[in-house]
Design a protein around this ligand. Structure first.
Ligand SMILES: Nc1ncnc2c1ncn2[C@@H]1O[C@H](COP(=O)(O)OP(=O)(O)OP(=O)(O)O)[C@@H](O)[C@H]1O
Length: 330
């Protein structure tokens, strides 16, 4: 290829792309271009690669474009890691189904093809080992870090429930509990793009450690429709917002009970409260999960309903889609 042809192709690139060109060759219509990608994260690399490819493919005399991105070793190691984002699932109040929503959100996101891990940060009342059917499995340590336990549902998980005996009460003080949370979060989550973290209810040490140390990308708040639960949900939203963690939205769980015998829908806890509450707070509403005996039964059996078919799975798939959309655009 002549220098002229090389220069001509280079001038087609945006100046910031042209500045990164280390070599550019054209042979038999095929362009091989090497770019210096030092200091760029994975997203920026992908963006530059796509843009350069598109520009050169449109040039006359070019039938194929091969882009190679070169970086120093530290950069290359960093770019090999997938961008991992933490989504915290919280609630102001216990028993509203936060763990159930966290487990099924993880499974539903994984069904969309994303690589998802699940951390049970509910140190005092861990339930994810049961919900994902991994009770009795013990994580091994590698390089002083825990290796997540594989589950049947494509979602690896780490929980205090894997480390303590079932039914054993954990009575740690705040700093110890925060230390345990750190170990769970700093496990070998290398493959996970999204880490769903099931927080304990309320606004204590664990939540603060979580916000300060691990900076979740966003938080999902779970509430039932009763007024009292909603007041607590408002507090949870405030905690995250004060901590600089954007609230992805509020989910209403245990909404609308469908009688398994006659099919009549009733609202034992009221209905629409979480949507109205989200509106008042200016927070997105992420949808409703029905109060359904099948959800409790399947969850207790370690078979997350989100992994199945039918309306329960559809409700969690809908939630997962909203969370994924949020992550893609924020
Ligand atoms: N939509 C639902 N329909 C029926 N049962 C549900 C639903 N959501 C949760 N449950 C049941 O409610 C109980 C409490 O749920 P879960 O443990 O998820 O709540 P939690 O908010 O995480 O509680 P904790 O504060 O103890 O961590 C469980 O038995 C669970 O199976």
């Amino acid at each position: 290829m002549t220098q002229d042809a090389s220069d001509r192709l280079k001038t087609l690139l945006a100046p910031q792309e042209a500045a990164r060109v280390q070599s550019l060759r054209l042979a038999d219509g095929r362009v091989t271009i090497v770019l210096d990608a030092s200091g760029m994260d994975a997203r920026a690399r992908a963006g530059v690669e796509a843009s350069v490819k598109k520009t050169l493919e449109a040039a006359s005399g070019v039938s194929e474009v091969r882009v190679a991105l070169m970086a120093d070793k530290a950069d290359a190691a960093e770019s090999a890691k997938p961008m991992q984002r933490i989504v915290a699932v919280g609630s102001g109040k216990g028993g509203v189904g936060k763990s159930t929503v966290a487990a099924n959100l993880a499974v539903a996101l994984s069904r969309t093809g994303r690589k998802v891990g699940l951390v049970d940060a509910d140190i005092y009342g861990p339930s994810q080992a049961r919900l994902l059917g991994t009770e009795g499995q013990k994580p091994v340590a590698h390089d002083n870090r825990l290796v997540p336990v594989a589950s049947h549902w494509g979602v690896p998980v780490l929980s205090m429930g894997h480390l303590s005996d079932p039914g054993q009460a954990i009575a740690w003080r705040g700093p110890m509990a925060s230390g345990a949370l750190t170990q769970l979060l700093e496990g070998h989550w290398d493959d996970a793009e999204i880490l769903i973290v099931d927080l304990p209810p309320g606004t204590g040490d664990i939540q603060l450690t979580m916000l300060q140390k691990f900076k979740p990308a966003g938080a999902v708040i779970v509430s039932t429709p009763q007024d009292l639960a909603l007041i607590d949900a408002t507090r949870a939203v405030e905690l995250f917002e004060k901590g600089g963690v954007p609230v992805i939205g509020v989910v209403e769980n245990m909404a609308g009970y469908i009688c398994p015998h006659c099919g009549e829908v009733s609202d034992p806890f009221g209905s629409g409260g979480a949507e109205a509450c989200a509106k008042t707070m200016g927070t997105p509403f992420l949808g409703r999960i029905p109060l359904d005996i099948a959800i409790r039964r399947e969850s207790d059996a370690g078979t997350p309903p989100a992994a199945g078919e039918g309306p329960q799975a559809a409700a969690f798939a809908d939630l997962a889609r909203r969370v994924a959309d949020w992550l893609d655009t924020n």
